[in-house]
Design a protein around this ligand. Structure first.
Ligand code: T46
Length: 132
């Protein structure tokens, strides 16, 4: 599947750590950054695919599961480290579940927000991935 865990450089000191995401950390130019927080227990996010958007997801705090589907296979990845992230290339259905209390999901994105880039219906996603 066209996803990848990428290590984020970490500078460790006795007074705490810093991790830095720069343009050469991930294989796309950063156009947007947003984050999910205050996700209630049992809530799910995602439930869509993107036609062009590439994203890099990081659990800045806490943990959550990302269920990925490329139209052929499904894979579940747990994110729980602020010094590594999940690269999701375009054309992959994703669902985010099992957010721990107080968790924060940082999303670094390759494009600005365009609603037309979303495929929000799973059957439509399957047809789209077959046609590609
Ligand atoms: C993904 C997960 C991790 C905006 O107006 N601008 C934005 O930049 C974004 C991201 C969202 N919105 C609006 C559009 C919707 O009315 O906020 C509402 C919820 O957005 P969305 O359905 O994208 O939310 P999530 O949390 O289900 O999904 C987002 C990403 O879009 C998605 O690709 O992987 O975070």
């Amino acid at each position: 599947m066209n996803v990848q865990i990428i290590a984020i450089p970490k500078i460790e000191e006795r007074r705490g750590n810093i991790s830095v995401i720069e343009n050469d950390t991930i294989p796309f130019e950063i156009k947007r950054v947003y984050y999910l927080y205050d996700v209630p227990s049992g809530a799910e996010r995602g439930g869509h695919a993107h036609k062009n958007l590439q994203q890099f997801l990081v659990a800045l705090s806490g943990s959550f599961d990302v269920t990925l589907n490329d139209g052929v296979e499904e894979q579940v990845i747990t994110l729980n480290k602020p010094y590594e992230g999940l690269l999701i290339n375009s054309g992959i259905w994703r669902e985010l579940q099992n957010f721990s209390s107080g968790s924060v999901c940082l999303v670094v994105a390759s494009e600005v927000y365009i609603e037309d880039d979303y495929i929000r219906d799973f059957d439509e996603f399957i047809s789209y991935s077959i046609d590609k």
